[in-house]
Design a protein around this ligand. Structure first.
Ligand code: ZN
Length: 308
């Protein structure tokens, strides 16, 4: 991705890295945990970039503890990672301002908190094991930049645009909050069995992938993508699919414990967003159930998967 020298978002903060209280209400990406669903609605996507966060200015927020403590005067790959995320966040702002304007709505920008190890979020205490996540309560995305390396080593997803996909997915969860989709889903929690509710959570996740695709559509049109970027994102979407993660972790696939959708589903919804670049084609909730793969009670829509 062409990102050097471009605008960085002002909405990036460093988090405190210690705190300590129970966490709940977060929506994680397909990160660390296998199987668990219920409480955790954070959107955590994994990013591994390593190191440190913004070293530019912002001395008022230097109350963090941990490995980033002394980094702000040093130029490191971590700083570069932080700069990269700040540019990608700025791009998401441009994209979603533009998309919302098409529908006569105004986009409210989220904050990105970069932390190391653990963080006290508006949804409670979280460690980086959870992976990148979005907290609807404070409209804040939390990422430990070291997730970049995890993405590469654990999920076989390398490349800068793989990381951009992760952040764009989390921003997708923010878009869902603004549109009322998050509330729509969580209002169902008490009416449904855990298994049924989990299907809604997966649809929420796949829609965040669709929105990440919408982001890719726009930055492509602006000329910021390089050859191979879309493949990097698709590869990341595959790498964080539930079936891929389970296969690696436990050597088998347990569809009842899916939380984010299969590799195939994640790639498909990302690609769909990339193709259409609008909101209309991103309704994972009414997508009909005729479909396609082996674990099919989730049954998604087959727009291009069947044709492929
Ligand atoms: Zn997610």
């Amino acid at each position: 991705m062409k990102w050097q020298g471009r605008r960085q978002s002002r909405n990036v903060r460093r988090g405190r890295s210690r705190g300590g209280r129970a966490s709940r209400g977060m929506i994680p990406f397909p990160a660390g945990r296998i199987g668990g669903t219920g409480l955790i609605i954070i959107i955590v996507l994994v990013l591994i970039f390593g190191g440190d966060f913004l070293s530019s200015g912002r001395s008022e927020s230097r109350n963090n503890v941990g490995t980033y403590e002394n980094a702000s005067e040093t130029i490191t790959p971590e700083n570069e990672l932080e700069a990269f995320l700040s540019v990608v966040l700025a791009d998401t702002e441009d994209v979603w301002h533009e998309v919302f304007a098409v529908y006569g709505e105004r986009y409210r920008e989220p904050t990105l908190t970069l932390y190391s190890g653990s963080v006290q979020s508006g949804c409670g205490f979280a460690s980086s094991d959870l992976g990148p996540f979005y907290c609807p309560a404070d409209e804040n995305i939390y990422i430990d930049p070291s997730f970049y390396y995890e993405l590469k080593n654990k999920f076989d997803a390398s490349g800068d645009f793989a990381f951009a996909y992760v952040l764009a997915h989390e921003v997708g969860h923010h878009v869902q909050k603004l549109m009322g989709t998050t509330d729509y889903v969580f209002a169902k929690q008490d009416q449904l069995s855990e298994k049924e509710f989990n299907q809604y959570l997966i649809r929420l996740e796949l829609q965040a992938d669709y929105y990440a695709g919408v982001f890719a559509h726009y930055v492509q049109n602006k000329g910021y993508l390089e050859i191979g970027d879309i493949e990097e994102a698709m590869n990341a979407a595959a790498g964080v699919g539930d079936d891929a993660i389970q296969r690696k972790a436990i050597g088998k696939v347990i569809p009842d414990q899916f939380t984010h959708g299969t590799s195939e589903q994640r790639m498909r919804w990302f690609e769909r967003g990339y193709r259409y670049g609008d909101l209309e084609h991103g309704d994972t909730f009414t997508a009909h159930e005729l479909f396609v793969n082996d674990w099919d009670d989730i049954g998604w829509y087959s727009d291009f998967a069947t044709a492929a």
